[in-house]
Design a protein around this ligand. Structure first.
Ligand SMILES: Nc1ncnc2c1ncn2[C@@H]1O[C@H](COP(=O)(O)OP(=O)(O)OP(=O)(O)O)[C@@H](O)[C@H]1O
Ligand SMILES: [Mg+2]
Length: 221
């Protein structure tokens, strides 16, 4: 089991503005799973991914990553997980415009792979895996949206991350590239065994996923 959440809650604001974004979430995600989080706008998908990705703290409940309980005061542990075990794919790709595809991918592993030659070899390997062998020296503005998102998939895998989190990774892609991206993530999940957790609004994608988590008003349904 890679992820275990026990009665996780998260509230934003106070008084009349209070929003219970997550209410007593119990959830287990197996190592190697390929899981989609679905639910309407405002149902808590981003909040759940942010808590699991250690970008935000829950107010209550317990979170175990790979069997170890997360303690929000233990910065060393959290920083280690962020650097070594967690990879992120963002909606808007978040590539640095002044760096080539290869440099963008290499950059993400400065701390997890200190040896520059090893870092480059791994970046080239993952760019090949996402079908961008010929685009390594290209800058983001010279790539299509689908290609940029594949660079960011390669980036997320650097350092052999255990969990890839993606909050609506297809939101800025056309439908052709949306399906290409999901098929790619699934292929990587099967071939590398990396665990993927992504959110989506797009019900067409849910057919491609064996595990789905449905949120409604901060609760699992
Ligand atoms: N930083 C914040 N401050 C205040 N309220 C917030 C904050 N982040 C989220 N919320 C509220 O928490 C609830 C859940 O938001 P969240 O962003 O997790 O939903 P979502 O399912 O990702 O929605 P969408 O599909 O639109 O991205 C919403 O009511 C939202 O307004
Ligand atoms: Mg969201």
């Amino acid at each position: 089991m890679l992820i275990k959440l026990n009665k996780i809650s998260k509230t934003f604001g106070e008084g009349i503005k209070e929003v219970k974004a997550l209410k007593n979430i119990n959830l287990e995600i197996e190592t190697g799973a390929f899981t989609a989080v679905s639910g309407p706008s405002g149902s808590g998908k981003s909040t759940l991914l942010n808590v699991i990705g250690l970008l935000d703290n829950a107010d209550n409940g317990e979170y175990y990553f790979d069997g170890v309980k997360i303690d929000s005061n233990n910065e060393a542990h959290i920083n280690h997980l962020r650097a070594f075990d967690l990879g992120f794919i963002f909606q808007d790709f978040n590539l640095l415009p002044v760096l080539t595809a290869l440099e963008n991918v290499e950059m993400s592993a400065l701390s997890s792979i200190p040896n520059a030659a090893q870092r480059k070899t791994q970046a080239q390997y993952f760019l090949e895996q996402v079908g961008l062998k010929d685009k390594m020296d290209t800058f983001p503005h010279q790539l299509s949206g689908g290609q940029q998102q594949r660079v960011s998939v390669a980036r997320s895998l650097m350092g052999e991350s255990k969990l890839i989190l993606a909050d609506e990774p297809t939101a800025n892609l056309d439908s052709e590239n949306t399906f290409i991206l999901i098929d790619l993530m699934k292929k990587l999940n099967q071939e590398l065994g990396t665990t993927f957790l992504f959110s989506t609004h797009d019900d067409r994608l849910l057919d491609k996923v064996s595990n789905t988590i449905n949120l409604l008003d901060g609760e699992l349904v």
